[in-house]
Design a protein around this ligand. Structure first.
Ligand SMILES: [Zn+2]
Ligand SMILES: [Zn+2]
Length: 363
């Protein structure tokens, strides 16, 4: 190395050292400045519906499952359809992740539950409270669900009723109006013969529930959401299902649950080795009422959907380096794009186009 280059190197290293020392000395002031920027963003909480272009927008606010996952929340999918904001399933921590994604929970018009396994409803109470106080809501949060949702919603209301009294007493009825507290059930029974039911039908917007196969868990439904000429289908928890295939015909986006028997087998054998037979049995039991990535890909191919998003990922993947192994032969069954969902994945579907624009909205 020449003398000139050596002197340059020493100079650069010295400058880095001086800057690092200065940053350490000033760390409190720097942190305060960053907090001020964060507070500005947090308190702005713009209306996500107002800032998005007209269309159908999908946000993955929870790609996880009941198994503990440090990187992903429980099942949670936001769909913004025109001026409406809907939430499909409200897994653990949904409200917090919506806030971090700039999707103000106070803006939610309705929640749609697919079934009542705990991982899909854990966040309902927290979400209803965030919406109530955040929006000074004058009506409870509407929660659609198949038969049984009234019981679930009544349970959350009972659990939070003392808190309602505290907050209305403390903040007053203008900020915490008692009539807007909690949630109210919009229960429906999908007719056995039709196996589908139209819940919302407007000229530009249609939401349909359809029966899926998650037995012994019944009822269990998926949802089909059409806004103008764009279509998104959410499978809910199900084995490979003809109903999903029927409803997803020509869909722009199919959001399908997925479970890897291979990875669960690894976990089961690990629990066996450590004498934890109960956990090993659980890893084996859960395999019989879900879909594999290949199942989801076969449905996507037969339905000719534009893009497939796998969510409700079981078991949790500690790194995206495992995505290809998780997918297995799915990429051979469906040649279109397949995403292994992560919290923060977002998709924009504008009317009168065929594009599905994928981007990240960090949670
Ligand atoms: Zn589930
Ligand atoms: Zn389930």
């Amino acid at each position: 190395m020449s003398d000139v280059r050596r002197r340059w190197m020493i100079g650069v290293l010295a400058a880095i050292g001086v800057l690092s020392a200065f940053a350490w000395w000033q760390r409190g002031a720097i942190a305060l400045r960053l907090v001020a920027i964060g507070v500005d963003r947090l308190t702005a909480q713009e209306d996500p519906v107002a800032v998005l272009p007209d269309g159908l927008h999908v946000f993955v606010c929870g790609a996880g499952s009941p198994l503990t996952d440090a990187r992903h929340g429980g099942p949670c999918t936001v769909m913004i359809a025109g001026k409406k904001m809907f939430l499909f399933d409200a897994g653990s921590g949904s409200a917090a992740r919506l806030l971090r994604m700039g999707l103000n929970p106070a803006r939610i018009d309705a929640v749609f539950l697919t079934h009542f396994h705990s991982d899909h409803i854990d966040g309902v109470g927290e979400l209803a409270m965030q919406r109530w106080i955040g929006a000074a809501a004058m009506r409870p949060l509407a929660v659609y669900g198949p038969t049984g949702v009234a019981e679930v919603v009544a349970g959350f209301r009972a659990a939070y009723s003392l808190d309602q009294k505290y907050r209305t007493t403390h903040h007053g009825a203008t900020l915490a109006p008692p009539e807007g507290f909690g949630a109210e059930a919009r229960e429906f029974a999908v007719p056995t013969a039709e196996r589908r039911m139209v819940l919302i039908k407007e000229p530009d917007l249609e939401v349909v529930a359809f029966t899926v196969d998650h037995g012994p868990v019944t009822p269990a439904v998926g949802y089909r959401v059409r806004y103008k000429d764009r279509l998104v289908v959410l499978s809910g928890d199900t084995r490979r299902s003809d109903a999903v295939l029927r409803e997803a015909q020509g869909a722009d986006l199919l959001i399908h649950e997925a479970l890897s028997a291979k990875f669960l087998g690894l976990l089961a054998r690990g629990f066996d080795r450590h004498g934890r037979s109960r956990y090993a049995q659980l890893m084996r039991d859960i395999q019989n009422y879900h879909s594999s990535p290949e199942d989801a890909a076969m449905v996507a191919a037969a339905a000719k959907v534009r893009r497939l998003v796998l969510n409700h990922i079981v078991p949790p993947l500690p790194t995206t380096a495992l995505n290809d192994e998780f997918l297995g032969n799915a990429t051979k069954k469906f040649v279109g794009p397949i995403d292994v969902a992560r919290d923060g994945d977002a998709y924009s579907l504008l009317p009168s186009t065929h594009d599905v624009v994928h981007f990240q909205r960090a949670p």
